[in-house]
Design a protein around this ligand. Structure first.
Ligand SMILES: *[C@@H]1O[C@H](CO)[C@@H](O)[C@H](O)[C@H]1NC(C)=O
Ligand SMILES: *[C@@H]1O[C@H](CO)[C@@H](O)[C@H](O)[C@H]1NC(C)=O
Ligand SMILES: *[C@@H]1O[C@H](CO)[C@@H](O)[C@H](O)[C@H]1NC(C)=O
Ligand SMILES: *[C@@H]1O[C@H](CO)[C@@H](O)[C@H](O)[C@H]1NC(C)=O
Ligand SMILES: *[C@@H]1O[C@H](CO)[C@@H](O)[C@H](O)[C@H]1NC(C)=O
Ligand SMILES: *[C@@H]1O[C@H](CO)[C@@H](O)[C@H](O)[C@H]1NC(C)=O
Length: 455
C-alpha cells in the first residue's frame, strides 16, 4: 500500500508538471490546451445547479464578471468550435438579460453600474458578430439586448457635469454615482462602435465619436494615448476634478478595440488610424514586460483584487479583436499573443486546495505569467486570462466578425429601452448599507454636526 501511494503521488507530480502541453501555432494542440483551461473555468460556475440562479457566479464574484465569462465562452466557441458551454451561456445570458431584455435584473439594482451592464453588452455583441445560436424568437435577441443598453447609456449621458460622460453608477444612492470613469464610457464606446459597424446606422458612429472626444477633452485619454481611470464630479460647480490617473489594462484595451472597429467601419479613416496606433503603442509600452502582459499597478506588489485579477484577459481579447479590425496591427500584436500563450500555459499547473476549482488536477491557472510557474493564485479571473491568452492565438484562423450585411442573423430592435429606469423596488436601508450609502450618510451627519456647532 505504501509503495502504491508513493507511485501514485509521483505520477500526480509528473502529470502536474506537464499538465498543459501547448505547441504554439498547432491548431489541435492549442484547442486541446484551451479546452482544459475552459473546463477549469466552467467548473467554477454553479448557475446551472438545481436551485441556483442561471447567469451568476458564486461569491466572491460580482455579477459583471459572469457577463465577462460568458463573453469569453462565446469567443471560445467561435475560435475552437467546441460548443460544450453554449447551453450554460445561452441560459445565463437570457436569464440575466431578463424578460424585459434590458440587463437590469432587480436582484442587482443595489449595486448596478454602467460598466457592470457593459460586460454583458459586449458578450451579446460577440454573440451577434459570431452568429452564436440565436435564442428562441419569443426571447430578447442578442443584437436587441445590445441596442437596449446603448439606448439606456445614451439616455444617461450627463451633459450637465464635466460636459458629458456616463457616470460609473446608475443609481444616485450608490457610491460612485459622482465618478465618471473610463470603463463605463469605454463599454458605451465599444458597444456603440460595434453597433455602428454591425448595423451601418450613423447614430451609433456619431456616439462613438462623441464618447471618444469627451474622454480626450476631460483628460481621460491623454495626448500620448494613455487611458486614465476616471474623474470626480465637483458638485458645487459641475466641473470635473481630481482625476484618478491610474492605468488599468482593460481600459486601454476597450478603447483600442473600439477605435479599431471605427477604423474598420470608416474604411481606414486617418483619424481612427492615429488613435489605434497611439493606443496600441501606449498599451504595449505600459502593460508588457519582455512581451509578457502584466497588470502593472498591482501585480508586482501582489495586491490585485478579485476584479483586477481578470483584466489581463480582456486586454488580450481586445488585442486579438484589433488584429481583425485593423489588419496592419497584426504584426505587432500576434507575437505578443504567442508569447503570452506560452507563458500563461506554464502558469496552469496548479492544484489548489480550494473547493471551487473542479477542473483537471494540476491544471489550475495562476495569475502571474512572469514566473514560469504557478503562483498559487486561482479563480475565474486567472482561468479567463489564461484561456484568453491561449485561444486568441487562433484569431487569424477564424472568420472576422460578421455584420448585418455579411451574414449576421441576430435580430435587432433599435427602439429597445430599459423597462424601469430607477427600479420599481423601493430602496430600503439594507440596500443603502449594501451600496455603501452609510458612509455618505455618516459624512453628511458630520457636516450637519459642524454646522450646528457653528450656529
Ligand atoms: C452544468 O454545465 C456544465 C457545463 O456544460 C455541465 O458539465 C454540468 O453537468 C451541468 N450541470 C448540471 C447540474 O446540469
Ligand atoms: C433573483 O433572485 C431570485 C431569488 O434568488 C431568483 O429566483 C431569480 O432567478 C433571480 N433573478 C435573476 C434575473 O437573477
Ligand atoms: C475603401 O477604401 C478603398 C481605398 O481607398 C477604396 O478602394 C474602397 O472603395 C473603399 N471601400 C468602401 C466600401 O468605401
Ligand atoms: C475590416 O475588417 C475586415 C475583416 O477583418 C478586413 O478584411 C478589412 O481589411 C478591414 N478593413 C480595413 C479598412 O482595414
Ligand atoms: C521586467 O522584467 C524584468 C525581468 O524579470 C525585471 O527585472 C523588471 O523589473 C521588470 N520591469 C517592470 C517594469 O516590471
Ligand atoms: C438608428 O439608431 C437610432 C438610435 O438608436 C434609432 O433612433 C434609429 O431609428 C435607427 N435607424 C434605423 C434606420 O434603424
Amino acid at each position: 500500500m505504501r509503495l502504491f501511494g508513493f507511485v501514485a503521488s509521483l505520477g500526480l507530480l509528473v502529470k502536474s508538471v506537464t499538465a498543459i502541453d501547448l505547441v504554439l501555432e498547432d491548431e489541435a494542440s492549442v484547442k486541446s490546451a484551451a479546452s482544459t483551461i475552459a473546463f477549469g473555468l466552467a467548473s467554477l460556475y454553479t448557475g446551472n445547479n438545481t436551485g441556483d440562479t442561471p447567469g451568476n457566479l458564486p461569491d466572491p464574484y460580482f455579477w459583471w464578471e459572469a457577463g465577462a465569462m460568458f463573453g469569453t465562452l462565446i469567443d471560445y466557441w467561435a475560435l475552437t468550435g467546441d460548443d460544450s458551454y453554449n447551453a450554460i451561456t445561452s441560459q445565463g445570458i437570457t436569464h440575466q438579460g431578463t424578460e424585459n431584455g434590458d440587463f437590469m435584473p432587480r436582484n442587482q439594482t443595489r449595486t448596478l453600474g454602467n460598466d457592470d451592464q457593459g460586460f454583458w453588452g459586449m458578450a451579446v455583441m460577440s454573440a451577434a458578430e459570431n452568429n452564436f445560436p440565436n435564442p428562441p424568437p419569443d426571447q430578447p435577441q442578442w443584437l436587441a439586448l445590445a441596442q437596449s443598453l446603448f439606448n439606456q447609456w445614451a439616455s444617461r449621458w450627463d451633459e450637465e457635469n464635466c460636459g458629458g460622460g456616463l457616470r460609473w453608477q446608475i443609481f444616485q444612492f450608490n457610491n460612485g454615482f459622482n465618478y465618471k470613469n473610463s470603463i463605463s464610457n469605454g463599454c458605451f464606446f465599444n458597444v456603440a462602435a460595434r453597433l455602428a459597424r454591425y448595423t451601418g446606422n450613423e447614430t451609433y458612429a456619431m456616439w462613438a465619436n462623441k464618447i471618444y472626444t469627451w474622454q480626450e477633452t476631460v483628460g481621460l485619454i491623454t495626448e500620448d494615448h494613455a487611458v486614465r481611470d476616471g474623474v470626480h464630479v465637483n458638485l458645487a460647480d459641475h466641473t470635473c476634478e481630481s482625476t484618478d490617473p491610474n492605468q488599468w489594462s482593460y481600459n486601454a484595451g476597450i478603447f483600442l478595440h473600439g477605435a479599431a472597429v471605427m477604423y474598420n467601419a470608416t474604411n481606414a479613416s486617418s483619424i481612427w488610424r492615429t488613435r489605434v496606433d497611439g493606443l496600441l503603442a501606449s498599451a504595449t509600452a505600459t502593460f508588457f514586460n519582455e512581451s509578457i502582459l502584466f497588470e502593472q499597478l498591482c501585480e508586482p506588489s501582489g495586491f490585485c483584487n478579485n476584479d483586477q485579477r481578470s483584466f489581463k484577459g480582456y486586454l488580450t481579447r481586445w488585442l486579438a479583436g484589433t488584429t481583425q479590425m485593423a489588419p496592419h496591427t497584426f504584426d505587432i500584436i500576434h507575437p505578443l499573443l504567442l508569447a503570452d500563450a506560452a507563458a500563461a500555459a506554464k502558469a496552469c499547473v496548479g492544484s489548489p486546495p480550494a473547493p471551487a476549482f473542479k477542473g483537471h488536477a494540476g491544471t489550475a491557472c495562476g495569475f502571474r505569467w512572469t514566473t514560469g510557474g504557478f503562483d498559487g493564485s486561482t479563480g475565474a479571473g486567472e482561468q479567463m486570462n489564461a484561456l484568453s491568452a491561449v485561444m486568441y492565438t487562433l484569431v487569424d484562423r477564424v472568420a472576422a466578425p460578421v455584420t448585418a450585411d455579411t451574414g449576421g442573423t441576430s435580430k435587432g430592435n433599435p427602439m429597445a429601452q430599459a423597462h424601469e429606469e430607477v427600479g420599481e423596488k423601493p430602496i430600503t436601508l439594507g440596500d443603502r448599507v449594501a451600496a455603501g450609502f452609510l458612509t455618505t450618510a455618516i459624512a453628511m451627519g458630520l457636516v450637519a454636526g459642524c454646522a450646528f456647532v457653528i450656529i
